[in-house]
Ligand binder design. Structure first.
Ligand code: SF4
Length: 161
């Protein structure tokens, strides 16, 4: 019988500006891995999975999406402060695009969206996660590549066992 871990690995799953397709991939992976992950992970903060979420101390924080507002910026910094490892999930978090399309708008397009930028109190430019906080691991892809995600999660898990 496998030895019981003293403490589960505390994880969080966070979503900023994006279409959340990597979150869907993550929940699909849960179908296959929930038994093993239930023993391994304490999902402290994952709005997609539960209502009551805590942002206290995390071993691994997974962040999907680009940073598009000062609120995202603040949240990213808070997550970084309480997390041992931060993982950027999907192309939007890793490189900003495609969520950062408005960064490449011409002057006329920029004028057209000005009222939206101000209504949603958005940043003048959409940022990739590493523009705001230190990122330890990247899982690129649009959406993220599930095999790459699993490989990197398994490597991270080894650091905590
Ligand atoms: S990387 Fe692609 S799939 Fe992921 S949030 Fe961005 S647009 Fe959506």
């Amino acid at each position: 019988m496998p030895k019981k871990r003293k403490q589960k690995i505390r994880v969080g799953w966070f979503t900023f500006s994006c279409c959340e397709d990597s979150t869907i991939i993550f929940t699909e992976l849960l179908n296959d891995h929930w038994k093993e992950w239930k023993e391994l992970f304490d999902f402290r903060h994952a709005r997609v999975l539960k209502k009551n979420n805590v942002l206290d101390e995390l071993d691994i924080a997974f962040i999907e999406g680009a940073v598009a507002s000062p609120e995202h910026e603040k949240m990213a910094k808070e997550i970084r402060k309480v997390s041992k490892k931060v993982v950027a999930i999907g192309a939007c978090a890793v490189q900003g695009m495609p969520s950062a399309q408005r960064n490449f708008f011409d002057e006329k397009q920029k004028e057209e969206i000005e009222f939206l930028i101000s209504r949603f109190k958005a940043l003048p430019k959409v940022l990739k996660l590493s523009d705001v906080v230190k990122v330890d691991v990247e899982v690129p892809g649009c959406p993220m590549n599930p095999e790459d995600f699993l490989r990197k999660v398994n490597l991270l898990v080894k650091e905590f066992v």
